[in-house]
Design a binder for this molecule. Structure first.
Ligand code: GUN
Length: 301
């Protein structure tokens, strides 16, 4: 039987509807308007398109929103000063510096300069530590892992007691999603294994997974025979494998493939995310959720 397709576009739209209502309530009952600044250095086309999408969504939700464009040769010192200004601006609750940054700027220094209570990407070491401690400490979850947790929960899959296998140990997806799902908390409490390039027999681990999360960046890495029948498969891979002409716009667009052989896997899995249209649409939505949370926390919780 073919797997249920987990529609990230639909689930993201549902969460944005909930956020829209929350923002309206915050405004009317407490006079608080969530404020987000997205800082872009240079004109990397992928970064421009991500930042434009973030701005568009924040406007749609009723945020106070600033797009701060900096030239590619802005100095590290100037960028750090700019961040300090936003750290002290009471109208701004969330600060996002779009990565990657030009080579002359130290990304670590920039991330460390953001006030952890405005770090809606949750990349600051303080937020990484808070996530590991869990409970009330974890103010913001990084956006892609938070989106994965919501996709699993809202598709009706129970993580409590489940065997979760995460393929990949990146700081942005693998390590944080493993930490989130092992917490003793709702939508978590799983038994988590991380497999990676140093793992002896990746297939044997994947075959045990009730929930398989793949974030390796290798197209078609996961073979259908690695999947336990009925498992929930979350494919985080976004691999550009070629180009095609868009039927909608007539322009050249990238052909994207996940880390899982989707066509074969959907005949074995119970549920699976497509690429595109699975995890991708959730990331910006969870950034918006973090900004609303930051605004609430700044207003006293
Ligand atoms: N570049 C690609 N993805 C991201 C993201 O989630 N946050 C930031 N700040 N930069 C990115």
């Amino acid at each position: 039987m073919s797997a249920k397709i987990i529609n990230g576009t639909e689930i993201a739209a549902q969460i944005r509807d909930e956020l829209r209502r929350e923002v309206a309530e915050l405004k009317h009952q407490r006079g608080v308007v969530p404020g987000l600044v997205t800082i872009l250095v240079g004109e990397n086309p992928a970064s421009v398109s991500y930042v434009t999408a973030k701005q568009k969504t924040s406007h749609e939700l009723g945020f106070y929103s600033i797009q701060d464009n900096q030239p590619p040769d802005v100095s590290e010192e100037q960028l750090l000063k700019l961040i300090q200004g936003y750290n002290h601006d009471p109208k701004i609750h969330g600060i996002l510096v779009q990565l990657p940054l030009p080579k002359h700027i130290d990304e670590k220094k920039v991330i460390n300069a953001i006030d952890p209570d405005k770090d809606v990407d949750a990349f600051h070491p303080v937020n990484v530590g808070r996530l590991m401690i869990g409970g009330d400490e974890a103010k913001f979850l990084p956006c892609t892992p938070a989106g994965i947790q919501e996709l699993i929960a809202r598709s009706g899959y129970k993580t409590d007691g489940a065997e979760v296998v995460v393929v990949g140990r990146s700081n942005i997806v693998g390590k944080p999603i493993a930490n989130i799902l092992l917490q003793k908390a709702p939508k978590a409490n799983a038994t988590v294994t991380i497999v990676h390039t140093g793992t002896k027999d990746m297939a044997s681990h994947c075959k045990r997974a009730d929930i398989l999360i793949v974030a390796a960046g290798v197209p078609n890495l996961v073979k259908p025979e690695w999947i336990k029948p009925g498992a929930c498969v979350i494919d985080v891979g976004v691999n550009r494998v070629g180009e095609k002409i868009s039927e909608k716009t007539g322009k050249k667009i990238a052909i994207l493939k996940g880390d899982v052989d989707f066509d074969a896997a959907k005949e074995i899995a119970g549920a699976i995310t497509p690429v595109p249209g699975g995890v991708g649409p959730m990331t910006i939505t969870m950034l918006m959720a973090n900004t609303v949370k930051a605004a609430k926390l700044a207003a006293g919780g």
